[in-house]
Design a protein around this ligand. Structure first.
Ligand code: 6GU
Length: 247
């Protein structure tokens, strides 16, 4: 998978050289290039923003540096024969909600381009123009406001990148994790079995794998009900593996 990120703070994306994602880049599973939007300005001050038409607080990102930057990304891409259009992801609190399901969907793409807005956002015509070249998706991490798209991109690249085949060594660890089946993950424990007056639940020491599986399932429901009751509303028990079996 190829990923390009355009930002006025390329240094913000430095952590993506570390850990699992950094390793995936080294191994050639993921190519990730970060581009400085200011390199695509033409004035002495490398201006990327201007005042909003219609008035109001803050500044808006000018369209032309964005078109230059995105054209440069397209020119460098050399898509394979029959490859899909690249996907332009625009992080914004006004976007559609980013979920694990969306991460799985995006992990199938050949080429993701992230456009990190700052200030009050990017001139809307950049999105209109981009639809001639990209599939365009404004995406939000959740209902709160960040200062810019960079931190959101870090989160999304990590969530998507770890689903690219080969990036996570043990693919099984992707199966039993929060949100993979619509529920939160069960609690986990390691040695020692007694620690500062707190014991590991007895059942986990029993060696009875059926009993352990049922206990973990129960914990998933309890936890989801306590912390994220909204997830249970559209939880479809009928879609679970083994749901057609008798209890
Ligand atoms: Cl994706 N971007 C920004 N700027 N703020 C956010 C967000 C994204 N998701 C939640 N808040």
């Amino acid at each position: 998978m190829r990923i390009d990120v355009v930002s006025i703070f390329p240094e913000y994306l430095q952590p993506l050289t570390l850990s699992l994602i950094g390793k995936a880049r080294q191994d050639g599973l993921l190519s990730l290039d970060v581009h400085d939007l200011r390199d695509f300005t033409t004035d002495r001050h490398r201006t990327v923003d201007d005042t909003p038409y219609g008035g109001g607080a803050g500044m808006v990102m000018k369209p032309e540096p964005w078109a230059q930057a995105l054209e440069s990304v397209l020119d460098a891409a050399e898509p394979a024969e029959g490859a899909r259009r690249p996907l332009l992801i625009v992080p914004s609190p006004a976007g559609a909600r980013f979920t694990q399901a969306m991460a799985y969907e995006l992990a199938e793409e050949d080429h993701l381009v992230f456009a990190c807005g700052r200030y009050e956002g990017i001139d809307e015509r950049v999105l209109d123009w981009s639809r001639e070249h990209f599939d365009v998706r404004p995406v939000s991490l959740g209902d709160y406001v960040l200062n810019g798209g960079e931190v959101a991109v870090m989160a999304m690249v990590e969530a998507i990148g770890r689903l690219v085949p080969g990036v996570v060594g043990n693919a099984e660890s992707l199966v039993e994790e929060s949100h993979s089946d619509g529920l939160l993950e069960y609690p986990v424990y390691t040695k020692p079995s007694a620690w500062r007056g707190h014991e590991v639940p007895e059942v986990l020491l029993s060696g009875n794998h059926g009993k352990i599986a049922r206990w973990r399932r129960h914990q998933q429901f309890e936890r989801t009900a306590a912390r994220r009751p909204d997830l249970l509303e559209d939880f479809d028990a009928g879609s679970l593996p083994g749901a057609d079996r008798e209890a």
